[in-house]
Write a protein that binds this ligand. Structure first.
Ligand code: TXA
Ligand code: MG
Length: 328
């Protein structure tokens, strides 16, 4: 593929899906190329997870550091099992309830998984997405699909095909356009490879829902394990817009300086000249809208974006995490 040829975009917005476009995308995956596709969380940048050269192309296209492992997408537990060395009973409880869906489970890898997928580490992250286009692509490709979010490293994750095209359009073979994603932020990542489950990334599946099934869950990256990074993606500033971002719990017009301001808030602030975008103040609604609004406001050449920071309570863990990573 010519690096500078724009990606082919297939519309996959209506049901039933056009089998021919899914098959064309799957053929590219099988031949080692990169195809972006919608999931219920954000768009993924897919390559065959069993093909080390193809996965290497993901890292090049994204400009992603080689130590940061990628998630492998499958359609079922049966497809996941050969990819892991052991499948703990507690992992069964989780996937029985939350797959297909926005939960990624980290387990000890099997020899089928190339080193580049895991960043050289002993574990692999697995997820079974619920989005029909993602599922159709995995089925048609006939291989597990390695896919990080389909953005250049450290940019905001894409929630629409247009975001992917803008960020990676000249670097990938194709994009399946399934319209806007629904959950809007990346999957919950839980490490089930150790004695105690560990939440590595909060997401659409809340911590309380995990605890209800598996008991105590440690939170955050583990330390003191000899220098290996348990979830390197969690340590970086990430998901950031180019425009400076500030978060406030209360909108006070004296705090809001700057020439042209974008505002993300539950109510109108009435600040003269500001570009106001409203969100519904529930965790699901704010998550669904957050990246979409950040992409939109970031494209308007504003001096500052000011976003509402929700309260420090468990149900807001994931939204607060993404706002902090975006620069707040
Ligand atoms: O919702 C999602 O999870 C999306 C869609 C496309 O599935 N994918 C996604 O991938 O957000 P990515 O690569 O942007 O984020 C994956 C996160 C990173 O923080 C990475 O470090 C962590 O998961 N991760 C991947 N493999 C891991 C492993 N073996 N152990 C620990 N953390 C891992
Ligand atoms: Mg990402």
């Amino acid at each position: 593929m010519n690096q500078f040829e724009p990606a082919r975009v297939w519309s996959a917005k209506s049901q039933p899906l056009d089998a021919a476009c899914v098959e064309s995308a799957a053929a590219l995956i099988r031949s080692g190329q990169l195809v972006a596709f919608p999931t219920e969380t954000v768009y993924g940048l897919g390559a065959s997870a069993l093909d080390a050269d193809a996965v290497a192309r993901i890292f090049i296209a994204k400009g992603r550091p080689a130590h940061n492992p990628v998630i492998v997408h499958v359609n079922s537990v049966d497809e996941a099992r050969p990819l892991v060395a052991e499948w703990p009973a507690m992992a069964d409880l989780l996937v029985a309830k939350f797959w297909p869906g926005p939960l990624t489970v980290v387990l000890r890898r099997s020899a089928l998984i190339p080193d580049i997928v895991t960043g050289g580490g002993p574990t692999v992250a697995l997820r079974s997405p619920s989005h029909p286009v993602a599922r159709a692509l995995i089925a048609a490709a006939g291989v597990p699909i390695a896919a990080p979010s389909a953005n250049r490293s450290s940019e905001i994750s894409p929630t629409r095909a247009e975001h992917v095209l803008k960020s990676l359009g000249g670097r990938i073979a194709g994009i399946l356009d399934g319209g806007p994603t629904t959950a809007g932020i990346e999957s919950t990542v839980i490490d089930m490879s150790g004695a105690i489950p560990r939440l590595l990334r909060p997401g659409p599946i809340a911590l309380v829902e995990l605890v209800a099934l598996v008991g105590p869950v440690a939170v955050g990256a583990a330390h003191g394990n000899g220098g290996a990074l348990p979830s390197p993606g969690m340590l970086d500033r990430h998901y950031a817009p180019r425009t400076p971002l500030r978060c406030v719990e209360v909108f006070d017009s004296e705090l809001l300086s700057g020439e042209r301001i974008g505002i993300i808030a539950p109510q109108a602030t009435g600040l003269p000249g500001a570009v106001e975008r409203r969100i519904v103040p529930t965790p699901e609604s704010y998550a669904a809208a957050l990246y979409d609004l950040l992409h939109e406001l970031d494209g308007m050449n504003l001096d500052l974006i000011v976003a509402w920071m929700p309260p420090d309570t468990p149900e807001w863990l994931a939204v607060r995490d993404r706002l902090r990573r975006a620069g707040c």
